[in-house]
Write a protein that binds this ligand. Structure first.
Ligand code: BES
Ligand code: MN
Ligand code: ZN
Length: 509
């Protein structure tokens, strides 16, 4: 990963390949953001005028490259847009800083070292810029280069090599912690992205479980893996029912971080369909090319638990990864089959493409057995949620209004777009089955909420629960923007980590 250093050097004295400054949108044109005073001086105080002349407006996402004047130790100055100048006494919006740092890092891919002179007025701004830079510098190149491994560097410009953060104070405890937190969180978001981007022929349930196990052992975090034999014996009819059509058998992975002083216990449950073909209810062409992303929930849960462990938070967090591959074959579950779930309820499978709720149902029951203070599941669960909220916003459902509100606020705080969604009780009857306790598919209308109502049937009594449907934001198909690359995004990792931090400090709002 891109190296990140804190530097006490001034913007005018640091040697680097590029210098990044912020430009905001003022009432009368471009405004140079704080942190770049020395750079402005090197431009004889005319940096704003130069930017105006170059057509820079300070808009979000904007990049303007300028040749550096004599007096700076860099060849290029890169001005990134921060959006509107903040109101008097307000500071720059954290996510605007995160996005601008991400834009700069992307624009500088192939560069060895860049100095970032963005406005970092407090520790949270330091975290935002550091996170944005590390998230924006992400590149997935593991499968590029082919036969010409040696020529790999030419095939794809590597990510920005090193970011020197200016303005942060290397000896300030808070600033040091802010950078360390950013390194850990961004690092784990990037791990989730790697898992999501890894092709499904390589990232099978077994391979994913092996990654989790190796990482957990390195960190001294407990890990337990149930294989297909244990799952069959244990009565995990949902996970087995989904996985039995594949040559790559399913796994249920438990990864448990504990802290000796913890007073609270969170459980995170992730949907980990390593490939969703739809099964016998096969998806049509055009709907399956990106379905390696259907394990994004499990990737987010895994990465969040690892981040929590690396941060050493005073809270116990158990991650449950419900891993299976949904394939059609002679041994696959058929539409019409009835499965007996881990909690004993029977489910008539009307559509084998509604598989996420089946694996999650079993994992939610299992997670409930430990009686955690709250369970949060994360899943690329429904196309309906994408229709409702679009490609960049995840839906939050919960059996507790205050908990749903907390998660919504936490997501907002870390820069992840989300929106609260209801669980209307009238949608339950659509899941009635003439044959079994319930069916795995209900009304088409409100399909995202129907899925949430299905999941609720598999929770232990009295457990606080929230469900994040990340089907929209988990995988980004368009051109990169801000700190979001093409492909896996690592959606929900930052929200889960902040939820654990808030739970550890007893500050859930
Ligand atoms: N993995 C899909 C949901 C999905 C869709 C994720 C688009 C990411 C992008 C899920 O397993 C699925 O197929 N859901 C069905 C449910 C339906 C059959 C009740 C859907 O949403 O169409
Ligand atoms: Mn499906
Ligand atoms: Zn799916």
């Amino acid at each position: 990963m891109t190296a990140l250093t804190l530097s006490t050097a001034g913007a005018a004295t640091l040697r680097a390949d590029a210098l990044v400054v912020g430009v905001a949108k003022g009432a009368k044109g471009a405004v140079v953001a704080p942190g770049a005073e020395a750079v402005d001086q090197a431009f004889d105080g005319k940096l704003a005028a130069v930017l105006d002349a170059m057509g820079a407006t300070g808009a979000d996402g904007e990049v303007t490259k300028l040749p550096a004047p004599a007096g700076l130790k860099v060849p290029v100055v890169l001005a990134v847009g921060l959006g509107p100048v903040p109101e008097k006494d307000e500071s720059y919006d954290e996510d605007a800083l995160r996005r601008a740092a991400g834009v700069a890092a992307r624009a500088l891919s192939g560069t060895k070292k860049a100095a970032f002179a963005l406005p970092v007025e407090d520790a949270s701004a330091v975290t935002a810029v550091a996170e944005g830079a590390l998230l924006g510098a992400y590149a997935f190149t593991a499968y590029q280069g082919g036969a010409k491994k040696a020529a790999k560097a030419d095939a794809a410009k590597g990510p920005l090599g090193e970011v020197a953060l200016l303005g942060a104070k290397p000896r300030d405890k808070e600033h040091k912690a802010a950078v360390e937190r950013a390194r850990i969180v961004a690092g784990e978001v990037n791990v989730a992205r790697d898992l999501i981007n890894t092709p499904p022929n390589d990232l099978t349930p077994e391979a994913f479980a092996a990654v989790a196990s190796a990482t957990a052992k390195e960190l001294g975090v407990k890990v337990q893996i149930l294989d297909e034999k244990a799952l069959t014996k244990g009565g995990y009819g949902g996970i087995m029912g989904v996985g039995k059509g594949s040559e790559n058998p399913p796994r249920l992975v438990k990864i448990a971080y504990t802290h000796p002083k913890a007073e609270k216990h969170l459980a995170f449950v992730g949907k980990g369909i390593t490939y969703d073909s739809g099964g016998i209810s096969l998806k049509p062409a055009g709907h399956n090319e990106t379905m390696k992303c259907d394990m994004s929930g499990a990737a987010a849960v895994f990465s969040a638990v690892v981040a929590v462990a690396k941060l050493g938070l005073e809270v116990n967090v158990t991650g449950w990864l419900a891993l299976a591959e949904n394939m059609p074959s002679g041994s696959a579950t058929r539409p019409g089959d009835v499965l007996r779930m881990y909690n004993g309820k029977t489910v008539e499978v009307l559509n084998t493409d509604a598989e996420g709720r089946l694996v999650l149902g079993d994992a939610l029951t299992k997670a409930s057995e430990e009686n955690p203070d709250a369970i949060v599941d994360v899943a690329t669960l429904t196309g309906a949620m994408v229709l409702a909220l679009g490609n960049r916003t995840f839906g939050i459902m919960a059996n507790d209004d205050a908990f749903r509100t907390s998660i919504h606020e936490i997501a907002e705080e870390v820069g992840e777009a989300s929106w609260p969604m209801p669980l209307p009780a009238d949608l339950r009857k659509g899941l009635d089955s003439p044959t079994a306790d319930l069916a795995n598919m209900g009304e088409r209308m409100g399909g995202g909420l129907v899925a949430g109502i299905f999941l609720q049937e598999f929770l232990g009594e009295g457990i606080t629960w929230a469900h994040l449907d990340i089907a929209g934001p988990a995988f980004h198909e368009g051109a990169p923007y801000g700190y979001t690359p093409k492909g896996g995004t690592g959606s929900a990792v930052r929200t889960l980590v902040r939820l654990a931090e808030r739970t550890a400090t007893g500050d859930l709002g």
